[in-house]
Design a protein around this ligand. Sequence first.
Ligand SMILES: Cc1cc2nc3c(=O)[nH]c(=O)nc-3n(C[C@H](O)[C@H](O)[C@H](O)COP(=O)(O)O)c2cc1C
Length: 149
Amino acid sequence: MGVVVLYGSETGTCEMVADHVVDALSSYGDTSLYDMLEFDPEDLDAEDFLVVVCSTYGDGELPTGAEPFYESLCDEEPDLSGLRFAMFGLGDSVYDETFNRGGEIMAEKLTELGATQVGEHARHDASSSVKPKDMAQEWAKKIAEEFLT
Ligand SMILES: Cc1cc2nc3c(=O)[nH]c(=O)nc-3n(C[C@H](O)[C@H](O)[C@H](O)COP(=O)(O)O)c2cc1C
């Protein structure tokens, strides 16, 4: 089993978060990191453990960096049965109604295609004093202990 970390970003926070997730997970096995813009959903492998890092833009929408991947999921409808994934969403609670919708939209689509979400669905709040990298490292450690050992 390998760990695939995918991030979909608008202004780079998710990439930084994904780097820290990879750091936290790399001692648990073979871990690779991809920008969703450069990843084809057909390459998702049920043998792998998927970690998705995804922010929110517009009015509760996916960031630009996640849109083509999401569109491919909608068009290709790959069968993701057996694939386990964990979600780290990013957002800002000033966007009250649409807080962290991006990660939720992506998690809903992966689930609809047969994948199983595991672990805590993290929702980082840019208005909080918690640094995304600190929250991500702590979250990733818990995911690793629960699902990768
Ligand atoms: C124009 C704009 C729109 C945003 N819309 C939302 C939103 O609807 N809901 C939310 O939770 N966060 C929203 N955010 C906050 C971002 O998701 C948050 O700052 C995140 O950390 C950015 O990550 P990124 O740099 O990887 O894209 C928005 C930010 C901007 C600048």
